[in-house]
Design a protein around this ligand. Structure first.
Ligand SMILES: [Zn+2]
Length: 208
């Protein structure tokens, strides 16, 4: 049996749809995100149930996290051209925009990114939303263009783990960003592609 790390699809068990590695293999509470040395290596300082610790992140991994954040927040961001650590947060320049992610927001995001990987959330797409299942906890949440049905989104107004799982699922399946997928645009090639993909999933559920 293949064991998956991170996000998996319920519908295509023979393909690894996407695979996210946790930043740390335990639930984390991040105290600080900073860059270290002349090479500006990203580092997170955090606490877990086993105590306080720090971990360096590869630049590629960190960049992927920033991209995931932006694709949930904004449409048509293009590629990230550069980022740098400022006093209040991380300044990002993309092909189409500039963005400042303040550290408290980034910390909350990275904690949830890590949780999405640890909990192996299962993402199922509909044409206008995503249903995200947590089989470890037996919970379900729905992500749509107004946000997510979970408490994180409603009460804390942060990007939640369900949105992160959905974004990573979309990204690895070639759908692009969450904001683009969830906009109600019921025409054009993307829409037809969505319907075809839905029909394929429905067929595979019926065993045809
Ligand atoms: Zn949620």
């Amino acid at each position: 049996m293949v064991s998956y790390v991170g996000i998996q699809s319920t519908h295509f068990p023979n393909e690894i749809i996407s695979e996210i590695q946790p930043l740390v293999p335990l639930e984390i509470k991040i105290e600080r995100v900073k860059s270290v040395g002349v090479s500006n290596t990203p580092q997170i300082i955090y606490s877990t149930s086993k105590g306080r610790c720090s971990t360096f992140l590869s630049k590629a991994k960190f960049l992927n996290c920033l991209l995931c954040f932006l694709q949930i927040k904004q449409r048509n961001i293009g590629k990230i051209k550069s980022y740098n650590f400022q006093h209040s947060g991380i300044n990002i320049k993309t092909e189409n925009c500039k963005y400042l992610i303040v550290y408290t927001e980034l910390q909350a995001f990275l904690e949830r990114y890590n949780r999405a990987a640890l909990e192996k959330l299962e993402v199922e797409l509909t044409a206008i939303s995503a249903v995200v299942r947590n089989s470890m906890k037996g919970t379900v949440a729905e992500v749509n263009n107004t946000g997510c049905s979970c408490a994180d989104m409603i009460y804390r107004r942060t990007i939640c783990k369900h949105q992160i799982a959905t974004q990573l699922h979309l990204q690895s399946n070639g759908w692009g960003s969450l904001t683009e997928y969830l906009q109600h645009n019921n025409v054009g090639k993307k829409w037809e592609d969505k319907l075809l993909a839905m029909a394929k999933v429905a067929k595979s559920d019926l065993g045809i």
